[in-house]
Design a protein around this ligand. Structure first.
Ligand SMILES: *Cc1c(COP(=O)(O)O)cnc(C)c1O
Length: 294
């Protein structure tokens, strides 16, 4: 696809007294700067899916997401760039006027359709997919969040771009596809830590291993999930998290995306403060996407 993505994404050291106090080094992998529309890990996961869709000469891409999904936005943008039609299947009822995310998607030519919440839960079942094919014709299906076997190599690539010695790499988790790909690219002795942005993120342990097996035939045991930093659940926040975001912006002139990235960063700082990492540890935190709201 001939769209100018900034890959490798920048790797920048973060100078922060809390890291200095714990004698750990923190670098940010700025995937939020990859492209203004094909943002962050959504580009990483789409890369090989778009190639595959082109290879089979797909006339349309169909995917699933919530009404505020970054993945829906990225697929809509990718469709516009590649000239492939896009269909977004949105959880819940239609609300007009469209929210900014869905307006963004339709502005890029995406057709939207809606599934009530109980049907949405069964969206991967053949009966639901068949009905969508009757409605929209043939399409290349990309699962919710873009996480399938083809998503992992693009995420693995971000590790290969890193040219410093790292001990730990940390990212936020929604479906776990990003962490699954990252972990497959690590060397012996390196660990990936995923911070769940959802309450009840225990399913991630299963899903990440499944994704790795689907992509590479084996799963790796070099990753862990932190479940304690969801701040009330997916797309929920607290005044403590808001204050952390404001403070981080004041110190580092970077506004953290709040649904995923800020929870990851809060968790990482908390683990550092709790002495989880030995002095001398080098940590890379992946900024998986930009803040859309400030
Ligand atoms: C979608 C998203 C995630 C979650 O990635 P998964 O691969 O689904 O775990 C993390 N960060 C940002 C900014 C996202 O948009």
């Amino acid at each position: 696809m001939d769209v100018a993505v900034q890959v490798p994404s920048p790797l920048v050291e973060l100078h922060d007294e809390r890291m200095t106090a714990a004698q750990v080094r923190l670098l940010l992998k700025r995937d939020d700067l990859i492209h203004p529309d094909l943002t962050g890990n959504k580009w990483r996961k789409l890369r090989d899916n778009l190639k595959a869709a082109k290879d089979v000469q797909a006339s349309a891409l169909l995917t699933f997401g919530g009404a505020y999904s970054n993945h829906i936005r990225a697929v809509a943008a990718a469709g516009q760039f590649t000239g492939i039609d896009t269909i977004g299947v949105i959880r819940g009822e239609e609300h007009l006027p469209l929210n900014p995310s869905l307006q963004y998607a339709t502005d890029r030519g995406m057709r939207l359709t809606y599934l009530d919440r109980s049907t949405y839960r069964t969206k991967n079942e053949p009966a639901v997919i068949d009905r969508l094919r009757e409605q929209f014709g043939d399409f290349y299906l990309i699962p919710e969040g873009g996480s399938n076997a083809l998503a992992l190599p693009g995420c693995a690539e971000l590790v290969h771009e890193i040219d410093v010695d790292l001990d730990v790499i940390c990212c936020a988790c929604g479906t776990g596809g990003t962490l699954a790909g990252i972990a497959t690219a690590l060397d012996e002795g390196q660990t990936a830590i995923g911070v769940s942005a959802l309450k009840g993120g225990d399913f991630l342990r299963h899903d990440i291993a499944e994704l790795q097996r689907a992509a590479y035939g084996v799963s790796t045991d070099n990753w862990e999930i932190e479940l304690g930093y969801h701040f009330g659940g997916f797309a929920k926040s607290t005044s403590e998290l808001d204050a952390f975001i404001d403070d981080f912006q004041r110190r580092h002139s970077l506004r953290l995306e709040w649904v995923y990235v800020a929870k990851m960063m809060f968790g990482l700082f908390d683990l550092v403060a709790a002495g989880r990492f030995a002095p001398g540890t080098s940590i890379v935190a992946v900024i998986t996407g930009p803040a859309f709201d400030g």
